[in-house]
Ligand binder design. Structure first.
Ligand code: GAP
Length: 520
């Protein structure tokens, strides 16, 4: 029986990411560039699969959500109206001696070992002074904390002065608000309906950290779901979603230092833990999507933002948190933004962003529930969740440590590895035929280097769910061995049936034991 090892998981996942070309620091040949990362060949497939799974679930499978793709640099007035120019800031402290700069709440967290999520800026400032926090590098004294705006600035056009200043978008959401009316009219939708977008966002984080958990360039997957105010507590999908099991940590629980509790989306709404049905529904949807692509329910909880923590636009926010090796932290956020954004853009643009509500015969500005996901954070979380090490006896009898990424087949970067048992006797040619047959439908990798054991190990490391081996019997019987990553069991499958069998296995409609004759 293989023994499980659980230690230094984060370091091991990061080292796997770099070694296998999943994700690595940007510009490494120049010493890297903090907060920026590049995806390699395996990582780009993983990222695209996560985005595709999200887009399918939250856009394509729904009648009531449409997509858009806005510009990264947009009219600077958008960011004035949204409040980002004035309020999108973190507290920065600077060392008076070495000029080192730190994010005040992160410094407080690391020095005192306390949770800082939910602490108001005044309290952070007061704690910094009271606890006499000094520079962690040179022990110099720190200047009083000040607000630092997180937007990257650039110039548009030939002039490089304030008149031509613009910003890289710090979230995709505002593009949706600015285009709300145009998209609504073009798609002939009326609230309740949503607009979704996937794309890059940029934040000049003071202290990017924990690999891609907090970086400066990342992608977001956001839905702005527009609801007439009178329907906020009347979600047409709630009946189907209300039984969804969730763990919740309310603002009141946090004040009392109480732990999270288990409940359902329906109960959380009935007991007024979550403010409205639409909010409870979207939280349940987010949890369900994460569970559907491989996150264990016990590693997810919903944490309500405390009053002092709420963003300027939000009346109620819940984070979907994951139990990271460094504690529970935000994976995704779901805010009730009310009518803040549309009203602000109406005010600043002078354009009417209301719509005519047929039922009340009134012009209305809809309210917004916003599920907002970070792609890199989701990718990293899925990798941490899937990572496993096992001790196994090698062919020489010695114990070896093997890495397996137990990624859900839907997001696995490579769906099948195809190998010839040997390169000789026509096996390589036959394996290439199988590979050519499969590669139009599945992302496959052909590998003929080293022992079959080594090739299985290489595939396990990047989470490939199935491996297909062509051997001497294949030449006679036109069949192959298919190996299951998670159980290491093998079955024999006729080559003619292989595309259908793989498709059913990957789609979860066929149990591996039923895929073919078991190989002893
Ligand atoms: N439109 C709302 C919004 O942007 P947010 O909580 O600031 O809300 C949403 O961001 C999600 O984007 C987060 O839950 C996280 O997954 C991701 N995210 C935010 N900042 C990030 C960063 N610096 N690096 C990586 N992901 C980030």
């Amino acid at each position: 029986m293989a023994a499980e090892i659980k230690s230094d998981k984060v370091d091991k996942v990061i080292s796997l990411c770099v070694r296998r070309g999943i994700l690595f620091p940007n510009s490494e040949i120049y010493g890297s560039f903090a907060g920026f990362f590049d995806y390699g060949p395996v990582g780009v497939e993983l990222k695209r699969n996560v985005e595709a799974s999200w887009w399918k679930r939250f856009v394509q499978e729904r009648e009531d959500v449409v997509g858009m793709d806005g510009a990264i640099i947009t009219h600077p007035a958008v960011w004035k109206a949204s409040g980002h120019v004035d309020a999108f800031a973190d507290l920065l402290v600077e060392c008076t001696k070495c000029k080192g700069r730190y994010r005040a709440d992160h410094l407080l967290e690391s020095v005192l070992g306390v949770q800082v999520d939910g602490l108001p800026p005044e309290k952070i400032k007061a704690d910094m002074e009271e606890k006499k926090i000094v520079c962690p590098k040179c022990k110099g004294s720190l200047a009083p904390a000040r607000a630092f705006n997180l937007m990257f600035k650039t110039f548009v056009g030939a002039a490089e002065d304030e008149s031509s200043q613009a910003f890289l978008r710090p979230e995709t959401a505002q593009l949706i608000f600015a285009d709300f009316k145009a998209v609504m009219l073009a798609s002939r939708k009326v609230p309740p309906f949503g607009i979704a977008q996937v794309g890059k966002s940029f934040r000049n984080e003071i202290s990017p950290r924990n690999f891609v958990f907090r970086c400066r360039e990342f992608s977001q997957m956001e839905v702005e779901y527009f609801v007439p105010p009178r329907l906020l507590d009347s979600c047409r999908y709630f009946e189907a979603a209300k039984g969804k099991k969730i763990q919740v940590l309310t603002a009141a629980d946090q004040e009392k230092n109480a732990p999270q509790s288990k409940t359902t989306a329906g109960d959380a709404r009935d007991k007024k833990i979550i403010g409205t049905q639409w909010h409870a529904y979207w939280l349940a949807e987010c949890v369900d999507w994460f569970e559907g692509i491989g996150i264990a329910p016990e590693n997810l909880r919903l944490r309500q933002h405390t009053k002092s923590e709420l963003s300027h636009y939000s009346s109620e926010t819940w984070d979907v948190e994951y139990l990271y090796p460094w504690g529970w932290k935000e994976l995704t956020g779901v805010a009730n933004r009310g009518d803040f954004d549309l009203k602000q853009h109406s005010k600043f643009s002078g354009k009417d962003l209301s719509y005519f509500d047929q039922e009340t015969k009134q012009k209305l500005v809809p309210h917004v529930i916003e599920p907002s996901f970070g792609v890199e954070r989701a990718v990293f979380t899925l990798l941490l969740e899937a990572f496993e090490e096992k001790k196994e006896k090698g062919t020489d009898g010695k114990e070896e440590v093997k890495t397996v990424l137990r990624l859900h087949p839907a997001i696995a970067p490579v769906k099948a590895g195809v190998f010839p048992l040997m390169k000789k006797d026509g096996l390589a040619e036959k394996a290439r035929e199988v590979f050519e047959m499969l590669r139009g439908d599945f992302v496959c990798e052909y590998d003929e280097g080293g022992s079959v054991g080594k090739r299985y190990a290489r595939m396990d490391e990047i989470g490939t769910p199935y491996c297909v081996t062509v051997d001497y019997d294949s030449l006679e019987k036109n069949d192959v061995t298919v190996r299951d990553r998670d159980s290491a069991k093998q079955v024999r499958v006729p080559i003619a049936k292989l595309p259908n069998v793989l498709s059913a296995l990957l789609g979860g409609t066929l149990a591996f034991e039923k895929a073919g004759a078991a190989v002893k």
